[in-house]
Design a protein around this ligand. Structure first.
Ligand SMILES: Cc1ncc(COP(=O)(O)O)c(C=O)c1O
Length: 340
């Protein structure tokens, strides 16, 4: 399965693939790995577009080590401007950790430019690909990211399993954050330093979620047998249809860059008409499942000044007909509240 993952993201070798319990675990492993090497005069860059999973581990690292946590601001539509993001990176940036695509707006980030710029300062880049991996083919060598993390279940695989990809040199230099069986080569007595197992085992303390890992392998086999080119086009058509349809509903404010031609089929909106929770409940009563609330994105909630988002997140199995049903149902829901 390790080699299947290597092929799926085109890593150079399978030692660069670490099994974890999910995206959150993967990011915590990397952040903990910096505990002993980051200093007070260094900084870490994240953005307000991050899921809490790619925010809190860095916040904790900053509070323990006193290094600076730099948070690139979005504007009030939830758009992160590339130059704003780049302006936070300098020679003292220890790592930049950004999402490949926002789990709220579906906006894609300019990863190539960020990576090239960060590398000009020898700064590694971690990509949170929890959303991106579902909707785009990722080639880590072409992208040249230093770390990439994602969860099995977003791809349709089992829960409790995820991946931390790291370039060989990065993983070799990173300290382990979890300790136990399987991650040690030589355990020494007293204060003599222990010798960690070679990568990837150095980061895989304890029994791995073997059943889930095998399930992830089966998931990749299933995905590899699909017509991915056709399905990506279908997703792009769904994304256009989604943004166009939401744009026609006057009371809704779509979050993020809804004019972007390369949008993922994910979009969230806010509205003054009623709470996101009410919309979610009424859509659910019509067999339409959406996510509502903070979506684990409180930095963005605070920037946009809303109490909750309603998110429509589509997969390649969805259809334009289903979107039509969503829009007509949404219209009825909004009408109900307008009358109330
Ligand atoms: C962008 C992003 N990052 C991180 C996560 C956390 O993933 P997990 O809960 O599988 O660790 C999610 C989950 O929704 C996400 O969308």
């Amino acid at each position: 399965v390790r080699d299947q993952i290597r092929q799926y993201i085109n890593a150079q070798n399978s030692e660069e693939i670490v099994f974890t319990s999910g995206t959150t675990d993967s990011i915590n492993i990397v952040a903990s790995g910096y505990l002993e090497s980051v200093s007070e005069n260094e900084n870490i860059v994240v953005s307000e577009l991050e899921h809490h999973s790619n925010y809190l581990p860095w916040k904790r690292l900053s509070s323990i080590t006193d290094c600076e946590l730099r948070i690139a601001r979005c504007n009030e539509q939830g758009i992160l401007d590339e130059s704003t993001l780049l302006s936070h990176i300098d020679k003292n940036t220890k790592i930049i950790a950004i999402t490949g695509a926002s789990n709220v707006s579906g906006d894609l980030q300019p990863l190539e430019n960020v990576i090239t710029y960060a590398h000009s300062f020898n700064c590694p880049v971690l990509i949170d690909a929890a959303q991106l991996i579902v909707h785009q083919n990722i080639d880590v060598q072409k992208l040249d990211c230093d770390y990439l993390v994602f969860s099995s279940h977003k791809l349709g695989g089992p829960t409790g399993c995820g991946i931390l990809y790291g370039k060989t040199r990065c993983l070799q230099e990173l300290s382990p954050g979890k300790f136990g069986g399987g991650m040690i080569q030589q355990l020494n007595s007293g204060k003599t330093k222990d010798v960690w197992a070679p990568i990837p085992n150095k980061f895989e303390a304890g029994t791995l979620p073997l059943t889930e890992v095998i399930g992830l392998g089966a998931t990749l086999e299933y995905l590899n047998n699909l017509d991915m080119i056709g399905l990506r086009q279908h997703e792009a058509d769904l994304a256009n249809c989604l943004l166009e349809g939401l744009g026609k509903l006057e009371e809704l404010h779509v979050v993020g860059n809804n004019l972007n031609s390369q949008h993922l089929p994910i979009a969230s909106f806010t509205t003054e008409v009623c709470s996101s929770y009410d919309i979610g409940l009424l859509l659910a009563a019509n067999n339409i499942a959406v996510r509502t609330g903070s979506l684990c994105a409180q930095p963005l909630i605070n920037r946009i000044k809303t109490d909750g988002f309603t998110r429509i997140s589509l997969g390649f199995y969805n259809t334009e007909q289903e979107l039509k049903t969503l829009f007509s149902t949404l219209e009825k829901v909004l009408l109900k509240f307008r009358r109330a």
